[in-house]
Ligand binder design. Structure first.
Ligand code: ARG
Ligand code: ASP
Length: 719
């Protein structure tokens, strides 16, 4: 008896050791994962999840915008995603009069659904393994730099060639993309359909959709109703079309069935979505590099910018709405960088990495294959050499590019040239062009006073981290003309540059003068930033020349190592469609602390703080809580579930992903991960890494009881 128990225990730990790690390619599921998934609890055949020759769950999973996932939940093109994924659109449609960020938005009829400029939704129609074809082409094509195998430009040429050989013609709205996987050891081609008439259907107020905001971001326990609803519109034939009042809701091939039965601890789940990037094949030196460059800059530079922005946002609603989305995206990976660095140290991830790489090096020694050792040595060497260029590049990128909206000034090069050549007709033409560009520029900078404050803070921060001799060129001017006082320099930008204010520009453009352009502070500043970026990029590319080849060899080694142990393999995330599976699991982040695997509305009330904007609870929600008016969405014990956690392998880009139960029914929407698991992008840690999901019952409760949008519920398929 004891023996069987022991072997059962061993078998199950072996299984769970592999179950949760992996962002699997759908094309490999049947071969690699079906058995393990079924053993862990999957109740449907894998071809209902992914079927290259027919309709499956995959056909209801869409790429939302450029960086998120969504799922189709009605026959008429209704798409569920996260509030933070719809945030950019909600913000764009908001004004001080119609503040959908604060108040939420619910279309009570189709006519009220709001078109979202620039938003797209993309279906993946077909996935093809074209590794053999690409390798053949690589043999045929000339490749003087030896970089073709990873070059998007080259791969897109090969893609076109492949399509024409197959006699495939792409209609409007259809595209093909050929991408490298496993560092260029494999290639897949994706046929896609992109819809660009997307309309906003519903969004809760931020006090629900963003409840807990940055304090709770990347944290469990969690109580956020992080969802929003959109609809795909198409022309009358169901074809992708740009916005038109005549377009109609898309009649979809597949939409998901929703289950209200919930989940228990240990229940099987799987998630499909578009994870963006992770770095499981990095060597330990690269992890250290990441900590000390990218993560360091994200932490410290964003810290400084966000402090300035938040102070201004809290003072003025127009400022708050304008910067809301920019602030959120900055804050998101600011906290991620802090948490990842903390975790890398606390969990001794470098040791884990060293152990992994030692295993591969040892295998190389045993099999007499020195290529891994060579690749390893090369990567280490490259990392040491590119270090200071990368550090500087990150500083410029964070402090002077991403942070400074006012540096998006229009180009004055053409007008400068015309003035130099004294070509009257050309001067007149370029003057008109610049006027238009300036109109767009000033419209995009409605709060120059905030930009001025951010500019000062960022310049000081940049100079704090980059030694004098290495700084971008404009810093010498700051030394000589402004006695090293960068605040005075930024003041000069806004006081005297032609783009410093509308008045300055109008004065200049009435009579454009060459000397003014040549000595314009903002124009000079912008040139200097561009120049600095270019210099760091050139230095980096010199050192990086042999990086890709070494990385490819290293990844090949890791693939072979796993396969030699009979383990399945998966490539690093690259914004392509993946599946990850696991179970509903609580966790224990530290000695003496045990976390439950779900939260309820009671916790929202416990966190309530009317004096802190991050934790305000809307009155209506409090009423529903007091009267326990949860309808059919309540738990058997009468509580309202809010969020839950699973041990699937998610990363940024998975937000909005459908979370399925064993029968392939929708039970939630992934939106975040836990703080203790943030090192997962580098090395998966099954014991402490969790994906955080909105319970579908909370989503439907908010739609029906809070928003009174029963017509949306009526569209859904609920079991
Ligand atoms: N951390 C989650 C993800 O990476 C949610 C982000 C929501 N944004 C925020 N700043 N709170 O996207
Ligand atoms: N919140 C992330 C996203 O937006 C998801 C994650 O990193 O787990 O994709």
């Amino acid at each position: 008896m004891k023996r069987t128990l022991l072997s059962l225990f061993l078998a199950s730990t072996l299984l769970t050791a592999h179950a949760d790690e992996g962002m699997w390619m759908l094309t490999d599921l049947q071969k690699q994962n079906e058995v393990a998934m079924t053993e862990l609890g999957l109740l449907i055949p894998i071809h209902e999840v992914y079927n290259p020759d027919g309709i499956s769950l995959k056909d209801a999973v869409v790429h939302f915008g450029r960086g998120c996932t969504g799922e189709v939940i009605s026959a008429e093109g209704l798409v569920l995603t996260n509030h933070h994924c719809g945030y950019g659109s909600i913000q764009q449609l908001s004004s001080v009069e119609h503040d959908y960020l604060t108040d939420g938005f619910w279309a009570m009829s189709r006519e009220e659904e709001l078109p979202c400029k620039g938003l797209t939704i993309t279906y993946i129609d077909q996935i093809m393994d074209v590794t053999d074809y690409v390798e053949q082409q690589l043999q045929i094509d000339e490749d003087p730099h030896g970089t073709n195998y990873l070059s998007p430009k080259y791969l897109s040429k090969v893609c076109d060639r492949f399509l024409s050989e197959q006699g495939l013609v792409l209609e409007d709205g259809h595209t093909a993309e050929l991408k490298a996987f496993y560092g260029g050891n494999r290639y897949y081609l994706f046929l896609k359909t992109t819809y660009s008439d997307i309309r906003m259907v519903g969004a809760p107020p931020s006090s629900i959709g963003k409840f807990g905001a940055d304090t709770d971001n990347w944290m469990w326990t969690r109580h956020t109703g992080d969802f929003s609803l959109f609809r795909i519109y198409a022309d009358r034939d169901g074809k992708p079309a740009k916005y038109s009042a005549d377009n109609v809701p898309l009649k979809v091939k597949k939409h998901l069935t929703i289950s209200l039965s919930g989940y228990k601890k240990e229940d099987f789940t799987f998630v499909m979505g578009f994870p963006g990037r992770n770095w499981r094949y990095m060597i330990s030196d690269e992890v250290e590099e990441r900590m000390e460059t990218t993560n360091f800059m994200r932490h410290h530079v964003r810290d400084a910018r966000q402090r300035v922005l938040m102070e201004q946002m809290l003072k003025d609603d127009a400022v708050r709405i304008h910067y809301a989305s920019k602030y959120a995206s900055s804050a998101n990976y600011w906290k991620n960088a802090i948490g990842m660095n903390e975790g890398l140290v606390r969990l001794r991830v470098l040791d884990t990495k060293r152990k992994q790489q030692e295993e591969l090096l040892e295998r190389g020694r045993q099999t007499g294959d020195s290529s891994y050792q060579q690749a390893f040595n090369q990567i280490r060497h490259i990392v040491t050499q590119r270090r200071s260029a990368l550090y500087h590049q990150q500083a410029i990128q964070e402090a002077l590019v991403t942070a400074l909206d006012f540096m998006a000034i229009p180009s004055t090069a053409a007008l400068t040239k015309a003035l130099k050549e004294k070509d009257k007709a050309k001067i007149a033409e370029e003057t008109e062009k610049l006027k238009k560009a300036a109109d767009r520029y000033f419209a995009s900078i409605p709060h120059p006073e905030v930009e001025r404050l951010v500019g000062k803070e960022m310049m000081r921060t940049y100079m704090q981290y980059i030694p004098r001799e290495e700084r971008i060129g404009i810093c010498q001017v700051i030394e000589s003309r402004f006695k090293g006082d960068s605040d005075k320099f930024i003041d000069a930008c806004f006081d005297y540059s032609i783009f410093g204010s509308r008045e300055n520009f109008d004065k200049f453009i009435a009579k454009p003068k060459l000397y003014k352009l040549n000595s314009d502070w903002m124009v000079l500043f912008k040139y200097s930033i561009t120049d600095g970026l270019m210099k760091t990029a050139i230095t980096m590319s010199q050192y990086n020349k042999s990086y890709n080849a070494a990385h490819k060899t290293w990844v090949r080694g890791m693939m072979e190592l796993k396969q030699s142990k009979g383990q399945p393999i998966y490539p690093d995330a690259n914004s392509t469609l993946r599946l990850t599976y696991g179970t509903v699991q609580p966790y224990s982040p530290a000695d003496g602390i045990d976390y439950e695997y779900y939260t309820t509305l009671k916790g929202v009330m416990e966190k309530e703080d009317p004096d802190n904007w991050e934790f305000v609870v809307p009155e209506k929600l409090k009423q529903l809580y007091r009267t326990k008016n949860y309808g059919r969405y309540a738990l058997p014990n009468g509580e309202m579930p809010v969020n839950f956690i699973v041990n699937t392998d998610n990363t940024g880009g998975n937000s909005g992903s459908p979370v399925f139960n064993a029968k392939g029914q929708l039970i939630g929407t992934g939106f975040d991960r836990n703080y203790e698991g943030l090192t997962g992008d580098i090395a998966f840690r099954p014991s402490s890494q969790r994906a955080i999901c909105v319970d579908i019952r909370y989503t439907l409760f908010i739609i029906e009881k809070y928003a009174g949008a029963k017509h949306i519920i009526d569209e859904l398929t609920i079991e």
